[in-house]
Design a protein around this ligand. Structure first.
Ligand code: AMP
Length: 395
């Protein structure tokens, strides 16, 4: 994959697709600038090289309409603060206004254009809309990993309208780290999958069982697996229509020599609320009226020991309802074990990201993916349409 550092951008008009789909409060103030900061390396590089950098992004789902509260204007202010340089905002991403703004740029300048999704052509991957975007640049850079699993004019059709295309540092890092972990990993390769439902991650589990040496299953979804093994799981979350799938994954693991680790004990309560009375029980003894809401200490040890043996770890999904203190120990403890393992560790998904931050170990995780859905699709073994488009670039 061609990358930003391999193309000549000095003095060139560079159109960069970023993901500034940041959370905003009711007053339109940005509550977390992590997504903007993730692109600073690529943005800074373009400025240093004297490119004229034109940033494009979507925010929310305006479905082709101008929706005032989904304007990217606050992102231009936030980016100006971060760069300590004014980033002008242009209230359309195509057409005369955008073209005039680009024409007046000097090398090293950065501008941000309005939300791409105010035009329906972006989501539709419309070549005519891509051609309008292409008028703004000499070089196209894609740095928006988080949307690379969905085709849009701003990440797919555009690559057929611009002669020089490349991945930004963020997109490149995401793909490189993923490939290091999953395509040619140091083994044992251990995957940890948690979260609420089997059905959300069935494709991931089916793919992982073909790839990894060990699959650790925790969180709510573990109860469907435990039930599939014939255990009584009380009122714990369970998807009865996934029992056969769970069985077939366990059978396949057996034939492939992949070890599946499930919880051996759990923290139970009568309700999923802070302040509920809790108890630790072996998984064979979950009371009929109780909910399993976290892994127990024996499971934490079992999972922790497995992680210590790993050379590569991929992780998505919490081990319990970690938003509530009483059910957070399993997830935070495992985060510390993963961080201390010395293995190449890659995590993805909003909850897992938040858990490693809350556990205070985020700086000891090898790579934290910026893409929830895109990361899961990679784990499913799917290719990213936007990455394929980038590779077939050619105006
Ligand atoms: P996901 O988005 O599929 O990764 O699921 C994350 C959610 O799963 C979090 O909000 C957790 O609270 C929830 N979760 C994890 N373990 C359990 C459990 N044992 N019972 C119910 N919900 C759980």
């Amino acid at each position: 994959m061609n990358s930003i550092d391999k193309v000549d951008i000095a003095g060139k008009k560079v159109l960069m697709r970023v993901d500034f789909n940041v959370p905003v409060d009711a007053n339109g103030n940005i509550t977390d600038t992590t997504r903007i900061k993730a692109h600073l390396r690529s943005i800074g590089y373009c400025m240093e090289k004297g490119a004229k950098l034109v940033l494009i992004s979507h925010m929310g789902r305006p479905k082709g309409q101008r929706v005032d509260k989904l304007t990217l204007r606050p992102c231009a202010v936030a980016l100006s603060d971060l760069l300590k340089k004014e980033v002008p905002f242009v209230d359309d991403c195509v057409g005369e206004k955008a073209q005039a703004a680009v024409a007046s740029m000097k090398p090293g300048d950065v501008i941000l254009l309005e939300n791409l999704r105010f035009h329906i052509g972006d989501e539709k991957n419309d070549p005519a809309f891509a051609a309008e975007l292409a008028k703004l640049c000499d070089v196209y850079i894609d740095d928006a990993f988080a949307v690379s699993h969905r085709k849009a004019a701003s990440n797919s059709a555009i690559t057929q309208a611009v002669k020089t295309c490349a991945a930004g540092f963020l997109l490149k890092d995401e793909i490189d780290y993923f490939n290091k972990a999953m395509k040619d990993p140091a083994r044992p390769l251990v995957a940890i999958i948690g979260g609420a439902k089997v059905s959300d991650k069935i494709g991931v589990l089916e793919n992982l069982v073909d790839t990894v040496n060990m699959l650790i299953i925790g969180g709510g979804m573990a109860f469907t697996f435990l039930k599939a093994r014939g255990l009584e799981i009380g009122r714990s979350i369970c998807e009865n229509d996934m029992l056969d799938k769970a069985k077939s994954i366990m059978e396949k693991a057996g034939t492939k020599n992949v070890k599946i680790l499930l919880p051996v004990d759990c923290v139970v309560a009568d309700k999923a609320e802070a302040g509920a009375a809790t108890n630790v029980v072996p998984v064979e003894k979950i009371p009929q009226d109780a909910l399993g809401l976290d892994i127990g200490p024996d499971t934490a040890k079992l999972f922790g020991d497995a992680v210590k043996e790993a050379k590569t770890i991929v992780w998505n999904g919490p081990m319990g309802m970690f938003e509530i203190d009483a059910f957070s120990k399993g997830t935070f403890g495992l985060a510390k074990d993963v961080a201390g393992s010395g293995a190449l560790s890659i995590i993805g998904g909003g909850d897992t990201d938040s858990a490693v931050h809350k556990a205070g170990v985020s700086d000891r995780i090898s790579y934290i993916s910026t893409g929830g859905g895109a990361f899961l699709e990679l784990l499913e073994g799917k290719t990213m349409p936007a990455v394929e488009a980038l590779e077939s670039c050619g105006g």
